[in-house]
Design a protein around this ligand. Sequence first.
Ligand code: BTN
Length: 330
Amino acid sequence: MLLSDTLKQLLNILADGEFHSGTELAQQLAISRSAIWKQLQALEDLGVDLIAITGKGYRLQQPLQLLNQQTVISQLSPVTQTLVQQLEIHDVIDSTNRHLLEQARQGAASGTVCVAEYQTAGRGRRGRQWVSPFGHNLYLSILWHYQDGPASIAGLSLALGVAVVRALKQLGIEEVGLKWPNDIYCQQRKLAGILVEVSGESSGPCHAVIGLGLNFYLSPQQAETIEQAWIDIASVLGENAHQHRNHLLALLLNQLMPVIAEFESKGLSYFVDEWRSYDCLKGQAASLYIGENRFDGTIVGIDDNGLIQLADEKGQIRSYASGEVSFRAS
Ligand code: BTN
């Protein structure tokens, strides 16, 4: 869905985070003040936090930078430009992952990329919702077709985590790490998450939709439903963080696309040492939850296949292929 031109214009004026009076907005958009009020209401319906002060006007709680296709494309590396077939930017979508899974069924090519300003039904791992308010975060999905079945891309999600860490470091975020299997952590809180959805024959060709959700700015109200400890880029980089939104999207694509395109030939072994260097669970007391079962121990790291290794109180090490890890006070 596309926002109306008027709403886009209004957002572009308010994006600076400064106060704008109702009269000024009405003049600039050549509509009545009551029409402005309706447009502001529509912004609030999208989850945009507005502050209204009598005598001053309206401003966004946090300034924002809208996504811009040309700005992003102009910052893509030559290799990434050859790998990205199409860059779709949606104002509003249910889920960028769901959209690309549907596009794949209709024959969309490898390298179709979908980003959105707002997701009405963003999905996270384990059936969770991914909180996706308008304009502040990144919601990115990439479609890729693989020759062999899903087994040929086992470990892809770990390699993707490595790519995201590389991009964040290029932006100057140094304190970034990975929490198995592919959560991106900063200061012991979740900054971004990856959801890979694979579809196709078990032994034949398959396609993967790689979804990344990254918190740029979340207001306390927006974050109310998030059960895990979270962090956003604004808390790390300060008040001008929003100015890097298109740039970070380009950095992410520059790192993710080659990893996605080459994973089948390179395999996890190519990335595993780098993954280990970003491991923020290693040596930590933690609990691993698999269904109803809970295993306590100390995280040893990941094995060469990307399985997590947990040492129990007797020092016996076991590897696990799935589960949810949570830190424990030691
Ligand atoms: C996680 O739970 O850690 C994974 C979150 C993945 C969220 C992203 S946002 C873009 C893409 N579209 C979705 O619906 N989900 C993924």
